[in-house]
Design a protein around this ligand. Structure first.
Ligand code: NAD
Length: 359
C-alpha cells in the first residue's frame, strides 16, 4: 500500500524524466505514474534505469483526450499531479501554433477538470478528505515576455508572452490559477528559466551545438547572437519541483532560475572551447563552425529570473555551478552518442532542414 500516488505528466521528456527519476528513487513509498503520449520529444530510453522499479508505472496517454484522462484518474486516484507534458519548442510553435493550444491549454484543462472532479467531488478512499492533494503546474519564465539590458522577472511581473509557445503556457498558467480561485483546487505553479543537462532534445540550443560540434556541422546562431538566457541544470530544477510540490504554499507561484545569464554567442563560444578540449581538437577549431542565421521572429531579447522567493521560503538554490553542469552535460552526450543518433534520425532531419536551411 503506497502512502501517495503521484501523476507526473510528460515524464518521458527532458525535464520530466529527471523528475520521475528523483521521485521514484527518493520516495519508494509513493506510486509514481508517468503519463506521456511519447511524441517526438518523449523517449522511454530516458528512463531505462527506473522502468523496473516496483513503484513506477508508465501510461501512454494523450492529455488532449479528456475521456482517457478521466479514466486514469478513476483508475489510480492520485493525490498529486506534477504537470510537465507540453509542446515545448518555440520554433515549432511558430510553424504549428494549434498543436500548442491543444496540448498546453486543452490538455492542461482536461487534467484540471479530472483533478477537480476527484478531489473536490469524491471522498478519499480512506473515508476522509483529499488533505494532501496538490496540482503542481510546471511553467516557464517566457510567460513574462522580454527584459531590456537590466532587471529581473519576479512572481509579480505581469504576463506578456510573445511566441505561440509562451502564449499557450501563459494561458495554461491562468487556467491553473483560475481553478484555484474559482473552485478552490489546491495548486502551485513554478516558472523556470532555460534548463540544460543529460537527455536534452537536440533541437534546443546547448544539445544542438554539442551534436553539431561532434559531427563538424555548422553551428546556427540566430540574429547577432546577443539574446540572453538564464541557464539552470535540469537536476536543480527537479529539486526545486520536489520542494515546491511538498512544501510550497497553496495557491502560490515560485520563480526558479540559475542567476546565470549568458548571451547566446558567448555560450556557443564557451561550448566550442570545452568541446575542443574534450575532443582533443586544436583550440579554435569548433568556433570556425559558427554560422549566423536569420533571426527567429518575435525573438525575446533577454530573460532573467529573480529566484529570491523560493530561496528565502524553501531554502532552494542551485547545487551545481555552470562549469560543472556543462562539463557533466557534454560528457553525458559524448558517452551516449547512440541516444543522440537515435533521436536525431527520422523526423528530426526534416525539422532541422526546414528550420535552418542547413544540412
Ligand atoms: P520536452 O519537450 O522534452 O518533453 C515534453 C514531454 O511531454 C514529452 O515526453 C512528450 O511526449 C510529452 N507530451 C507532449 N504532448 C503530450 C500530450 N498531448 N499528452 C501527453 N504527453 C505529451 O519538454 P521539457 O523541456 O522537458 O519541458 C517540460 C515542461 O517544463 C514543459 O511544460 C515546459 O513548458 C516546461 N519548462 C521547460 C523549460 C526548458 O528549458 N526546457 C524551462 C521551463 C519550463
Amino acid at each position: 500500500m503506497y502512502q501517495r500516488t503521484v501523476f507526473i505528466t510528460g515524464g518521458a521528456g527532458f525535464i520530466g524524466s529527471h523528475v520521475v527519476r528523483l521521485f521514484v528513487n527518493k520516495y519508494p513509498n509513493y506510486k509514481i505514474v508517468n503519463l506521456d503520449a511519447l511524441t517526438y520529444a518523449g523517449n522511454l530510453e530516458n528512463l531505462k534505469d527506473v522502468e523496473d522499479k516496483p513503484n513506477y508505472v508508465f501510461e501512454k496517454i494523450d492529455i488532449v483526450d479528456a475521456v482517457a484522462v478521466n479514466e486514469l484518474f478513476k483508475k489510480y486516484q492520485p493525490d498529486g499531479v506534477i504537470h510537465l507534458a507540453a509542446e515545448s519548442h518555440v520554433d515549432r510553435s511558430i510553424h504549428s501554433p494549434l498543436d500548442f493550444v491543444y496540448t498546453n491549454v486543452i490538455g492542461t484543462v482536461n487534467l484540471l477538470n479530472a483533478a477537480k472532479d476527484l478531489w473536490l467531488g469524491t471522498t478519499h478512499p480512506s473515508g476522509g478528505t483529499w488533505e494532501q492533494a496538490r496540482f503542481h503546474h510546471v511553467s516557464t519564465d517566457e510567460v513574462y515576455g522580454s527584459l531590456g539590458e537590466t532587471g529581473f522577472f519576479t512572481e509579480a511581473t505581469p504576463y506578456d508572452p510573445h511566441s505561440p509557445y509562451s502564449a499557450s503556457k501563459a494561458a495554461s498558467d491562468h487556467f491553473v490559477k483560475a481553478y484555484a480561485d474559482t473552485y478552490g483546487l489546491p495548486i502551485v505553479i513554478t516558472n523556470c528559466s532555460n534548463n540544460y543537462g543529460p537527455n536534452h532534445f537536440p533541437e534546443k540550443l546547448i544539445p544542438l551545438m554539442i551534436h553539431n560540434i561532434i559531427h563538424n556541422k555548422p553551428l546556427p546562431v540566430y540574429g547577432d547572437g546577443k539574446n540572453t538566457r538564464d541557464w539552470l541544470y535540469v537536476i536543480d530544477h527537479a529539486r526545486a519541483i520536489d520542494l515546491v510540490f511538498h512544501k510550497g504554499r497553496n495557491g502560490e507561484k515560485y520563480n526558479v532560475g540559475g542567476f546565470n545569464e549568458w548571451k547566446n554567442i558567448d555560450l556557443v563560444k564557451l561550448l566550442c572551447k570545452l568541446m575542443d578540449e574534450k575532443l582533443g581538437r586544436p583550440a579554435g577549431t569548433s568556433e570556425q563552425l559558427i554560422t549566423f542565421v536569420k533571426d527567429r521572429p518575435g525573438h525575446d531579447l533577454r530573460y532573467a529570473i529573480d529566484a529570491t522567493k523560493i530561496h528565502k521560503e524553501l531554502g532552494w538554490s542551485p547545487s551545481v555551478t555552470f562549469e560543472e553542469g556543462l562539463s557533466q552535460t557534454i560528457d553525458w552526450f559524448l558517452n551516449n552518442q547512440e541516444w543522440l543518433n537515435h533521436v536525431t534520425s527520422g523526423e528530426y532531419q526534416q525539422y532541422y532542414k526546414k528550420q535552418y536551411n542547413l544540412d
